[in-house]
Design a protein around this ligand. Structure first.
Ligand SMILES: Cc1cc2nc3c(=O)[nH]c(=O)nc-3n(C[C@H](O)[C@H](O)[C@H](O)COP(=O)(O)OP(=O)(O)OC[C@H]3O[C@@H](n4cnc5c(N)ncnc54)[C@H](O)[C@@H]3O)c2cc1C
Length: 353
């Protein structure tokens, strides 16, 4: 049986939860400020990007994905997923970041140290070694928003041929694939599946595709729809999914379409249950975790946020381009606070002689 292990003799200055771009940027800033920092990641390095569609190309130019000032060198105007994975591995090595993989943070609690100084107790679960706990003066929650897809709540959504994530096309050759969504993810999956020989139907609840579609993807998908090689239904909802067909509601009528596979590519939101387990208040409507707009500190003192987790249901508001700067701001505040605390401890020691 697993025993809870405690790393009691080491109190970190900062524990960062999540090794995505925002968490890594926070850890780099912590190292540069001379703080003792550990990153805890439940999956692999940049686990969200690892699970993006295999052949995806970022809409961002490489320099806007850079963290820690390390150049992102690529001959391509827009980097691929694979190049981004390589880049973030190199960043992690260059800054010698202390990252624990396969360890999930389960809870964070406030705990008073012997001398009355408050610490945070971080309870973790290692995928093989079981539970353990760590103590830290501060923590940065950078858990992103990719792991919780927006559920449509339609019957059949949990069937095995239904997925909220698209990976690659080959397995769908000569299959009838229904895609729900009208943004980049849906448009790009539709094009790739069509080119791999799938019979693709795209369903979107609005009258036209989303405005943020990549400029090189939009004419492609629009032309494929116009020529009829991708079938599209706009102003359409999916009403039910069954093992070999879906029922859709279009123009006030129900219609049944054959479907061997269904992709529901309708966005993501932060894991609010996890945030609440950490003691962070979350707005029920927007799913935005409570935080100070200047320091990103949550309602739990010394517990901060960084990256996409801050954006709640509007996950398109924060991406790597802007979320990569949160860490520096958060660490500046943490470094200031810890320096003040150390000065107080030294002053107290001097007084005692
Ligand atoms: C298909 C696609 C294309 C995109 N293209 C672009 C683009 O071109 N440009 C751009 O700027 N942005 C883009 N984005 C958005 C961008 O990827 C995200 O904004 C970014 O990954 C968010 O970074 P983050 O560090 O906040 O979170 P994430 O990258 O999601 O990282 C969070 C990490 O936390 C870990 N984690 C979660 N919970 C726990 C826990 N309890 N314990 C330990 N670890 C945990 C996760 O495993 C993950 O590794 C794209 C997104 C998608 C889906």
């Amino acid at each position: 049986m697993n025993q809870e292990r405690a790393d009691t003799d080491r109190v970190r200055d900062v524990i960062v939860v999540g090794a995505g771009p925002a968490g890594l940027a926070s850890a780099i800033a912590a190292g540069q400020a001379g703080l003792d920092c550990e990153v805890i990641e439940r999956g692999a390095l940049v686990n969200s990007i690892l699970h993006f569609p295999t052949n995806m190309v970022f809409f961002t130019t490489p320099e806007l994905l850079e963290i820690g000032g390390l150049p992102f060198v690529t001959p391509n105007p827009k980097p691929t997923r694979d190049e981004a994975l390589r880049y973030y591995r190199r960043v992690t090595d260059t800054y010698n970041l202390d990252v624990q993989f396969g360890v999930e943070v389960r809870t964070i609690r406030r705990e008073a140290e012997g001398d009355g100084t408050p610490l945070l107790r971080v309870e973790t679960l290692h995928q093989h070694a079981g539970p353990s706990r760590r103590l830290t003066r501060t923590a940065v929650v950078a858990i992103g928003a990719y792991e919780r897809p927006n559920m449509l709540g339609v019957p059949g959504e949990d069937l095995p041929h239904v997925s909220h994530y698209y990976g690659e096309a080959h397995a769908y050759y000569r299959k009838r694939v229904v895609i729900v969504g009208g943004k980049n993810s849906a448009a790009e999956a539709a094009l790739e599946l069509h080119r791999a020989g799938a019979n693709v139907t795209l369903l979107h609840r609005h009258a036209e595709l989303g405005s943020g579609i990549k400029y090189w993807v939009r004419p492609d998908i629009e032309n494929r729809i116009k020529e009829g090689s991708v079938t599209a239904y706009f102003n359409t909802h999916i009403a039910e999914i069954r093992p070999t067909e879906v029922t859709i509601e279009h123009a006030g009528e129900q219609r049944v379409l054959p479907a061997d596979a269904v992709f529901l590519l309708t966005g993501h939101h932060p894991d609010t249950a996890m945030l609440e387990r950490f003691g962070i208040d979350v707005d029920r409507e927007t799913m935005v975790p409570a935080h100070d707009a200047d320091t990103y500190e949550t309602n739990l003192p010394n517990l901060f946020l960084a990256g996409q987790v801050i954006s709640g249901i509007h996950s398109g508001l924060i991406f790597i381009e802007n979320g990569r700067f949160h860490g520096e701001m958060v660490i500046k505040e943490i470094a200031r606070r810890l320096a003040r605390r150390r000065d107080t401890v030294h002053a107290a020691a001097d007084t005692l002689g």
